[in-house]
Design a binder for this molecule. Structure first.
Ligand code: PEP
Ligand code: MN
Length: 273
């Protein structure tokens, strides 16, 4: 493939986010699709932290199909992220949609998310490439793996190698699910690059009931982590409620995911003996 910076080398890239390391073990990121209010994000982050989640997701800019849908709180949401970060000591992933917002978001966000719709927004990619902060690059919903890795290459070209790839499903003729979760990208990305890759089964399927089985499948094929949407009251969520788990559901899924990961690790160690 015609990329240079990210070509597979022996050294896998470990990405430090505060005192956690992405690429080492299984990283689970969780949180609501969008930051909706101070109470909603604070309560969510607090419950998730109690469950051992250190990286919280929550968009303040939402790329919505309709301009009439909730667009996110915008920069007003930053003060809520700040409270959550300072009071709970968690790390934040949030989507940046416009290069002009990078500076304002910089102090409050630990990982800049580039959403599926912006995967080939080259000026945005170059700008986060100059920012000294990890980037979570989601796969474009109609992008090939080559296009996705070349998008990552744009970020790397600017000097930022702290890129976490995120498989979030692609659009196919199948429409029972919201997207078709292409898990073959996980081993392919690992074959071709040294970057960590995580899977987002929430957007990848659009269906709550598929989050657990697809999380297990992601782990089985080598994913470094998962990103899962969790909302205190999914029915009332302002975006993506249908695919969001409530805390009780998430806790159950989390226990099973961890058990599955542990048994797989034990199996790998056993087969090495
Ligand atoms: C999101 O993470 O809420 C989101 C909008 O994801 P994607 O860009 O994958 O659709
Ligand atoms: Mn969402």
């Amino acid at each position: 493939m015609d990329f240079k910076k990210l070509k597979r080398k022996d050294t896998k890239r470990f990405i430090k986010v505060g005192d956690t390391v992405i690429g080492d073990g299984l990283t689970i990121i969780a949180g609501p699709c969008a930051v909706e209010s101070e109470e909603q994000i604070y309560f969510s982050a607090k419950r998730l932290k109690e469950l051992g989640i250190n990286i919280i997701r929550g968009g303040i800019f939402k790329p919505r199909t309709s301009p009439h849908s909730f667009q996110g709180l915008g920069l007003d949401g930053l003060k809520y992220l700040d409270t959550v970060k300072k009071e709970l000591g968690v790390y934040i992933v949030s989507e940046v949609m416009d290069p002009r917002d990078i500076d304002s978001m910089f102090p409050f966000v630990d990982i800049f998310q580039i959403g599926s719709r912006n995967m080939q927004n080259f000026s945005l990619l170059k700008e986060v490439g100059r920012a000294k902060k990890p980037v979570l690059l989601k796969r474009g919903m109609a992008s090939t793996i080559r296009e996705w890795l070349l998008a990552a290459e744009y970020i790397a070209e600017e000097g930022n190698l702290d890129i976490i790839l995120c498989e979030r499903g692609i659009r196919t003729f199948e429409n029972y699910t919201r997207n078709t979760l292409d898990l073959s990208s996980v081993p392919i990305v690992k074959e071709l690059t040294f970057l960590p890759i995580i899977v987002d089964p929430s957007h990848g399927t659009g269906l709550k009931s598929l989050i657990l089985p697809m999380s297990k499948a992601s782990i089985a094929c080598g994913s470094d982590g998962l990103m899962i949407e969790v909302h205190p009251d999914p029915k009332r969520a302002l975006s993506d409620g249908r695919q969001s788990l409530n805390f009780e559901e998430f806790e159950k899924v989390l226990v099973e995911i961890k058990d599955f990961y542990k048994s797989l690790e034990e199996f790998k160690n056993h087969s090495l003996l």
